[in-house]
Each structure stands twice: as C-alpha cells, then as structure tokens.
Design a protein around this ligand. Structure first.
Ligand code: AMP
Length: 213
C-alpha cells in the first residue's frame, strides 16, 4: 500500500498518517519530520534551516534525496505513507521514477484533506508539540497537561503561517491536477474529530479508485 497524504499545514495530516499507518502496518514518511530531526541533530545545512524557519520550501533535490534513501529501507517493503511529499510537480515526477526503479511500484491513492483556511490559521497558531513524546496539542481545544515541556514550531508563528498557507495554495494549483489526471486523487473533508476523518479516508480506500472524489 503506497499512500500519499496531501493537505495544507494544520489539516491533520500528521494525526491521520499515524492512524492510517497503524491500520495498514506501514511506516509514515514525513519530510517535515525528517528535516526537523536533522535540525535537532545539527546536520541540516544553514541555508535550509533559514528556508524552513521562514515557512518556504526547500529545493526539490534536497527532499527527493531524503525520500530516495528512506523508501528503500526494509520497513518500506509492504509500502509506506508519504506525508508532506511531494509538494511540487518535479517532486511528483521524481517519485514516479523512483517507484518505477524499485521494481515497478505504484501509488495506490492520493488523499487530499480539505479544511477551510480560517480554521487552519486558528489550529496552527494554537498548536504546540510535547518535546518528549511528539504529542500534538491545541492550547484551547486539546490543552496539554500541566508541566508538559512544549515546543512552538518556529513556522507555526503567525508571521510564517500565512506564508505557508499561500505556498500550499500555489503548490496544489499544479500538483492536484497531476494526480487528478492519473485518477488517483480523492478529496476528503478534514473537518471533524480525527476518528471521523479517518473513517472517511478508509471508506474512500475501501472502494475501487474512481478518482476525482
Ligand atoms: P511540514 O511539517 O510538512 O509542514 O514541513 C515543514 C517544512 O519543511 C516546510 O515548511 C518546508 O520548509 C520543509 N519541507 C517539508 N517537506 C518538503 C517538501 N516536500 N518540499 C520542500 N520543502 C519541504
């Protein structure tokens, strides 16, 4: 099972990815998580660090290399879920080539989580992550326990959020038609409780791909 999860920042991609990966027994591959891990380890180049912190996109070749190395690891044998990659048409084309070179593997479905922009801004600005467990909280609707050591992502600050949402809108203008043409794209309403959204995704995956939903 090779799944792609597409959605603006704050749409719940990370949450849905975890639930879907448990369900299908496949690993979640998030370029954002990999880059943040490199940042913490001090191995991310300074020019990439600056781009990330301002909410911009890294050059295609930087993220394609990460995915090429990660998808040949043994735990990807049964498939994987990509979260946050591809974000551009050149990345999508590189992914097709990469999968073809791995014995003719193919994408099963591309799930797009739809959430209105006003709700995304509200979610991102209040989002905090527990430094130890990675658990995500919303300061108002899902507050962290007292004493939790929280991280406020630099790119979740109000000045970067607008730029990331604009970048997403520009990106999808080209990327979604790419997958629509291939009849792989399924649009899912991302508003609601995480389990409700997962049920919508599962019902889409349970049906033969008819595209453009
Ligand atoms: P995310 O957690 O997916 O929002 O990613 C955080 C940041 O990492 C993004 O704002 C970009 O700076 C960078 N990034 C992650 N994935 C990609 C990608 N596929 N292409 C370019 N930049 C990326």
């Amino acid at each position: 099972m090779i799944l792609l999860l597409v959605g603006p920042p704050g749409a719940g991609k990370g949450t849905q990815a975890k639930l879907l990966c448990e369900r299908y027994g496949i690993p979640q591959i998030s370029t954002g998580d990999m880059l943040r891990a490199a940042k913490r380890a001090g191995t991310l180049e300074k020019r990439y660090l600056d781009i990330m912190d301002s909410g911009g996109l890294l050059p295609d070749e930087a993220v394609i290399g990460l995915i090429a190395r990660r998808t040949v690891e043994p735990d990807c044998g049964r498939g994987f879920l990509l979260d946050g990659f591809p974000r551009t048409v050149p990345q999508a084309e590189a992914l097709d080539q990469l999968l073809a070179s791995q014995g003719g593997r193919r994408i099963d479905a591309v799930i797009q989580l739809d959430v209105p922009r006003s709700l995304l801004e509200e979610r991102l600005i209040h989002r905090r992550t527990d430094k130890g467990s990675g658990q995500i909280y919303h300061l108002v609707y899902n507050p962290p326990p007292p004493g939790a050591e929280l991280e406020h992502r630099a790119d979740d600050r109000p000045e970067a959020v607008g730029m990331r949402l604009d970048a997403y809108e520009a990106m999808t203008a080209a990327l979604l038609p790419f997958y629509e043409e291939k009849k792989l794209l399924h649009r899912v309403d991302g508003v609601g409780k995480p389990e409700e959204v997962t049920q919508r995704v599962l019902s889409v995956l349970g049906r033969p791909s008819s595209g453009g939903e």
